[in-house]
Ligand binder design. Structure first.
Ligand code: CMC
Length: 431
């Protein structure tokens, strides 16, 4: 944090307070209100944290107006084009682009942690077959705390390192097995001769009865989906991981909390909700009806895959994802898919409608990722688990950063209490 001479002046109940202002390396200045309650006896009020910096961080920077997303300073479009997921994982975790031998070592470490403890199979078998794969993931990732005792001591940097590697390495196996269990097929074990994305595709789509050959274009598209979702600053699930770990909880429990938060349709669940919406719309001629519903204040319906809390001009991830979608659909020759036709027409019509233009609502990353994943053969229920496996490195990097920070303290927001004031208990016969 850069100390500056700038201050902000706040007058409360006629008394004036000087508050320190910190200047970031990029982005808006931050007014430091940490001592405000002690000095002035007031809280600040910011439900949804729309104006609150909850921590300092050196990992990811977003400029919502410019549509800019940087990981450790590198723009996401360059990373998506020139790098690959495991290199981006290294970058997020350690802060710099690895040299060739460092990358080789890191890839080997991740590859050699991909198997799950065999006993975990029985844990899966406790779920109903129709369980949502996200429900299974919340349970299984939380249960890792019970299987990997040698990496739960968060005061030991080496154990933190091992936990980070385990989470990144095992998440594809956990997600693929959630899928296999859900569809009633045997679990497929990871293979060390395959790269991260190809291994995941094989664990999802191979069956013991026949060989599965990974198509390199699909594997590249999968890797891009992982890369584009790897981290996104202090979003809801990342803040959940940070808040959970601020109490000293172990990393597996904290990441399970992040997965639970990601599941919601306003966050990671939007890609599933988006495909379900395209299915519900059904045909191009019904689009105006749904656009009208999205604009109607009395109808809770929203266009899923549109809008973003931070990006107010375009989502830089969506640009790359759209290009990837075109490549995959071209390769698979499925331009005439009805959902795709609806998606293309919906995008066009919404972007021409003054309501969406004025409110700066445009397709976000989830609008296109769902289309690619469906074309690859994933059911909608797997979309959010794939988001969770991609975001794991972001959660883990932010968690590591937070634990190593000497200023780290338990997160404990305050409230604006609007309930009853003190009153006496009334006996049941007198109510
Ligand atoms: N369809 C129709 N109207 C919308 C939509 C939408 N998708 N999104 C926002 N609006 C309207 C909203 O009604 C409000 O109108 P008004 O000012 O007249 O009340 C205005 O736009 C601002 O909306 P908001 O809810 O205050 O904005 P927010 O920043 O709190 O919400 C959002 C951001 C992503 C939750 C929201 O745009 C949304 O619900 N989108 C659909 C879900 C979605 O696609 N989520 C994925 C986000 S990207 C993946 C991720 O990072 O998790």
């Amino acid at each position: 944090m850069t100390e500056s001479n700038k201050t902000a002046t706040l007058t409360v109940h006629g008394k004036t307070y000087e508050l320190p202002v910190h200047s970031p390396t990029a982005g808006p200045d931050v007014v430091d209100i940490r001592k405000l309650y002690g000095q002035a006896g007031v809280f600040t009020y910011d439900p949804g944290f729309t104006s609150t910096a909850s921590c300092d961080s050196t990992i990811t920077y977003i400029d919502g107006e410019k549509g800019e997303l940087l990981h450790r300073g590198y723009p996401i479009d360059q990373l998506a084009e020139k790098s690959h997921f495991l290199e981006v994982c290294f970058l997020l975790l350690y802060g710099y682009l690895p040299k060739a031998d460092e990358l080789e070592q890191f890839e080997s470490t991740i590859t050699h942690h991909t198997m799950l403890h065999e006993q975990m199979q029985y844990f899966y078998r406790g779920f109903r077959r129709d369980a949502h794969p996200m429900a299974i993931m919340v349970g299984v990732v939380g249960a890792m705390s019970a299987f990997y005792h040698d990496s739960t001591d968060i005061s030991d940097p080496r154990q933190r390192e091992i936990a980070s590697h385990r989470l990144i390495a095992k998440m594809p196996t956990i997600a693929a097995w959630a899928y296999k269990y859900h569809i009633g097929q045997p679990f497929v074990y990871p293979r060390n001769d395959l790269d991260y994305a190809s291994n995941f595709l094989r664990m999802c789509f191979a069956v013991p009865a026949e060989d599965y050959e990974v198509n390199p274009i699909l594997s590249r598209a999968m890797d891009r989906i992982f890369t584009l979702h790897a981290d996104h600053e202090q979003n809801a699930s990342t803040s959940t991981v940070r808040l959970a770990s601020s109490s000293g909880a172990n990393p597996f429990a904290c990441v399970a909390a992040g997965i639970a938060c990601l599941w919601g349709p306003a966050h990671g669940g939007a890609n599933q909700a988006c495909l379900e919406m395209l299915e519900e719309i059904g045909s191009v001629d019904r689009i105006p009806e749904f656009i009208e519903r999205a604009k109607d204040k009395n109808d809770p319906f929203r266009l899923m895959g549109f809008g973003h809390r931070v990006y107010k001009n375009f989502d830089p991830r969506a640009k790359v994802m759209k290009q990837s979608a075109d490549e995959v659909l071209d390769l698979l020759g499925i331009e005439n898919n009805p959902k795709l036709q609806v998606a293309k027409a919906l995008e066009k019509q919404a972007l021409e409608d003054p309501y969406f233009v004025d409110k700066k609502l445009f397709p976000n990353v989830d609008f296109y990722s769902g289309i690619i994943l469906e074309a690859m053969g994933f059911p909608t229920s797997m979309f959010t688990p794939i988001f969770a496996l991609s975001r794991t490195v972001g959660w883990v990097s932010q968690w590591k950063e937070m634990i190593a920070d000497p200023q780290n303290k338990i997160g404990r927001p305050r409230q604006l209490y609007l309930g009853e004031t003190l009153r006496d208990y009334v006996d049941i016969e007198n109510r």
